[in-house]
Design a protein around this ligand. Structure first.
Ligand SMILES: [Zn+2]
Length: 143
């Protein structure tokens, strides 16, 4: 899925009520919705390296959870240093929810592609095939 779609979905999620719970909610969802594609840095190692690592650990449930935790922590830390404004407080648990929804939306949208995801990345690396992507399972069921 392209990053514009991820971003627009994140804006919709953020504007669905999270933006009334904490400061930086929509920003956090947007960052979270694009963060799993950080595997783009592998392209610096060449096309083969990018293809090897694209949609790997960053597109797994474990990777998305870790990315969401890191993102919420970074936004919360930087947000505490930002100039306070009257109105919404900076609420860590809502930032965590925003980051989690962002990364989860990324995985869900990428599941709609025909390109394989590795949502159960660790089991796939252990040689357990057929569990590498929920979409693959659903595709088989649809056939
Ligand atoms: Zn992706």
């Amino acid at each position: 899925m392209d990053n514009l779609t991820h971003t627009l979905t994140a804006v919709a999620i953020g504007q669905a009520g999270l933006n009334r719970k904490t400061r930086f909610a929509t920003l956090t969802v947007i960052l979270g919705a694009n963060l799993p594609d950080i595997d783009l840095v592998a392209s610096f190692g060449g096309s083969a390296t990018y293809l090897k690592y694209h949609r790997g650990i960053t597109h797994s449930i474990l990777g998305a959870t870790v990315l969401a935790l890191l993102l919420a922590w970074i936004v919360w830390t930087l947000g505490r240093k930002a100039k306070p404004k009257p109105g919404l407080p900076l609420a860590g648990r809502w930032l965590l929810l925003a980051a989690g929804l962002g990364t989860a939306s990324h995985l869900l949208l990428d599941f709609t592609n025909s390109t394989e995801c590795a949502c159960f990345y660790l089991s796939a690396r252990a040689g357990i095939r057929g569990t590498s992507c929920l979409f693959s399972i659903l595709s088989c069921w649809r056939c």
